[in-house]
Design a protein around this ligand. Structure first.
Ligand SMILES: Cc1cc2nc3c(=O)[nH]c(=O)nc-3n(C[C@H](O)[C@H](O)[C@H](O)COP(=O)(O)OP(=O)(O)OC[C@H]3O[C@@H](n4cnc5c(N)ncnc54)[C@H](O)[C@@H]3O)c2cc1C
Length: 336
């Protein structure tokens, strides 16, 4: 860790306090900046209560003195525990509000539910654990995870992950470039995504800049480290000037390249993998995966949780490319 990192860490520790442990399940921390004030108050107050001990002062004064210490402590614990019930319980504020607005019919099981997601980053799935053509989990670069259902949503790597289950998925990673100009007010925005269907060139205004793509489709193999080919700028400029002559005055400021997961009919593959129980496919989103992602998330979740999606997804049937094989290469794989 760098010196700045340590400084930041200690400043953060100082602000949030030094963790002492847990009391009744709650984390207890000691904030050093409050220590002198706390000590002063505690000693002063203890002295006062001590002096009012029975025999020295009235029993009532003694009881009040002790109560002022003990009561806030217990109230704090009760409030912390019950506040969540009051807010998130079945008859809690959130559920009542949603019901009164007509947004839900029955209370949502927010509290005491087993819903939750753990997102593990930097962990590659290297193998599928299988038993009698049924998926039982995954092996990853950081250990094994047991799972009754495994979803292949590996984008351009979908075919590679499919092969772990012995499937031949027709998802072909193809490179595409995007470039952007320096600020270019000569084309006033906003301009929606505009495409030249004959050459594949498309552009749109993005803030002050113009985003442009030659619409290239290139097979660079299954190496997912995608290099930029700056030679593509020439192809881009030629196609762009043909449709948008004014762009000749703009300067290219940068660009990037990525892989689009294409399928033979340009539609995604969504559904249970044929012949491999417990293996679900949500792959092959081509050049429209961002746009499809909210709907895909919703209907895949319905499918997995409720057993069926509320929208007919048969268009994306994994079996559509060939009998018995999930997307055996048909020989008419698109390259655009
Ligand atoms: C230049 C370019 C421009 C595009 N423009 C648009 C656009 O304007 N609009 C649009 O809708 N779409 C666009 N797309 C397409 C869009 O990027 C894809 O369709 C979309 O990202 C696919 O989403 P996905 O979730 O299926 O895959 P990804 O977003 O690729 O996610 C797959 C994930 O799986 C992970 N993964 C892969 N293998 C493994 C493994 N073995 N173990 C664990 N994790 C793994 C990857 O790390 C990645 O995080 C563009 C693509 C490119 C390249």
């Amino acid at each position: 860790m760098t010196r700045a990192g340590w400084r930041h860490r200690w400043r953060d520790r100082w602000r949030r306090g030094l963790p002492l442990g847990r009391l009744f399940g709650f984390p207890v921390a000691l904030n050093p900046s409050w220590l002198p004030l706390g000590a002063l108050l505690a000693v002063g107050y203890g002295h006062l209560v001590g002096r009012s001990r029975p025999g020295l002062a009235t029993p009532a004064a003694y009881a009040i003195g002790l109560g002022l210490v003990v009561l806030p402590f217990w109230v704090s614990i009760l409030i912390r525990t019950y506040a969540w019930i009051v807010i998130l319980g079945n008859a809690g504020l959130v559920n009542r509000t949603l019901q009164s607005l007509g947004l839900i019919g029955a209370p949502l099981p927010i509290l005491y539910s087993e819903l939750g997601v753990t997102i593990a980053e930097g962990m590659a799935v290297t193998a599928l654990a299988m038993s009698n053509r049924r998926v039982t989990g995954v092996r990853t670069s950081q250990g094994a995870i047991a799972a009754p259902i495994v979803v292949n949503a590996a984008g351009p790597a979908a075919a590679r992950v499919g092969r772990l289950a012995g499937l031949d998925l027709p998802v072909h990673p193809r490179r595409r470039h995007i470039f952007f100009t320096e600020p270019f007010p000569e084309i006033p925005g906003p301009v929606p995504l505009t495409s030249d269907v004959t050459s594949g060139f498309y552009f749109r205004k993005d803030m002050e800049q113009v985003l442009l793509s030659p619409g290239d489709v290139e097979d660079i193999g299954e190496d997912f480290d995608v290099p930029m080919d700056w030679g593509k700028v020439e192809e881009l400029v030629r196609k762009a000037i043909h449709r948008l002559p004014i762009i000749a005055d703009a300067r290219i400021a940068g660009g990037w390249a990525g892989l689009r997961p294409l399928t033979p009919d340009d539609h995604a593959i969504i559904g249970w993998a044929p012949g491999v129980e417990g293996f679900f496919l949500a792959v092959g989103f081509g050049g429209h995966g961002f746009q499809h992602s909210p709907a895909t998330g919703r209907y895949v979740a319905e499918w997995l949780v409720d057993g069926t999606p509320s929208l007919d997804l048969s268009l994306f049937d994994p079996g559509r490319f060939g009998a018995g094989r999930c997307g055996a290469a048909t020989g008419r794989t698109r390259t655009r």
